[in-house]
Design a protein around this ligand. Structure first.
Ligand code: CTP
Ligand code: MG
Length: 252
């Protein structure tokens, strides 16, 4: 089991004094969206995706530091887009250059989180409609004692496992026990740091799920109810759906 000593003082920290940082990964190229520029800068309802995501983090009211992983050549622009009143204090907004993979972007952003941060969230900018209440719930679950927290929703399709060429079904997992994981995922900072160190040592470079890395340390990952709005904008269809839901007043 992961060294529990790290967190002994945690439970008695009470309601004040817990510092929360949120890593917002926004450095992807958005290949599947296919609009020819980084997905984080694509507008939905007239607002760039990364700005929407930062606004939701600010609106949660529980995050003091925002660390954004941005495409290297767009760091200044992304910094301006994320410059919100909630993050206008000293060291409250940091923009770092993203890596070639999401894992590397998270790893780089982790070095930009303040050492005094007790809780670190990792959030996909592409899930820009994740509700502020969900963000607050993830933080609350870590504060209540979890080392790692993921929001997840039941899957609607039956999923099958296939062989390497993908031509033969080798397993049909019981759907009732499957979940689709979302972000923000929440961690005690040291747990996330250790998980990424271990991943790098193993030679992993493109892990897409931080909770999966944490679980490989033998750390229990707590699941909370996700939100439909926390879907990820990946394809042109996702973008169309987001525009339609916004127009219908079903997304903020
Ligand atoms: N991301 C990142 N750095 C990378 C790759 C991804 O910060 N090198 C971020 C993306 O910006 C996104 C989140 O990780 O907010 C989830 O990734 P995904 O939806 O796959 O975005 P992209 O990698 O940009 O899209 P695609 O895989 O279609 O190129
Ligand atoms: Mg990707």
């Amino acid at each position: 089991m992961y060294a529990a000593a790290v967190i002994v003082a945690w439970a008695v920290a009470g309601s004040g004094g817990v510092t929360v940082a949120c890593i917002l990964v926004a450095a992807g190229t958005g290949e599947r969206l296919g609009v020819g520029r980084p997905k984080a800068l694509v507008e939905v309802g007239g607002t760039p995706i990364v700005r929407r995501a930062a606004e939701a983090v600010a609106a949660s009211g529980v995050v003091q530091h925002l660390v954004v992983a941005a495409p290297t050549w767009l760091g200044n622009h992304v910094g301006r887009l994320c410059a919100l009143p909630a993050f206008d204090g000293r060291d409250q907004l940091v923009v770092v250059s993203g890596g070639l993979t999401r894992q590397q972007s998270v790893e780089g952003a982790l070095t930009g989180t303040p050492a005094e941060a007790d809780v670190v969230l990792v959030h996909d900018a592409a899930r820009c409609f994740a509700p502020p209440a969900l963000i607050a719930q993830v933080v609350a679950a870590v504060r209540a004692g979890a080392y790692a927290v993921v929001p997840a929703v039941p899957v609607v399709d039956t999923l099958v496992e296939v062989d390497e060429p993908g031509s033969t079904v080798v397993g049909t997992p019981d759907r009732s026990r499957l979940r689709a994981v979302q972000t923000p995922q929440g961690f005690r900072r040291q747990v996330l740091v250790d998980a990424h160190l271990a991943a790098t040592r193993r030679g992993d470079q493109d892990a897409t799920d931080d909770a999966g890395l944490v679980r490989r340390l033998g750390v229990k990952v707590h699941v909370i109810h996700g939100a439909d709005e926390a879907f990820k904008i990946t394809t042109p269809q996702d973008l169309e759906r987001a525009e339609a839901l916004l127009a219908a007043g079903r997304l903020r």
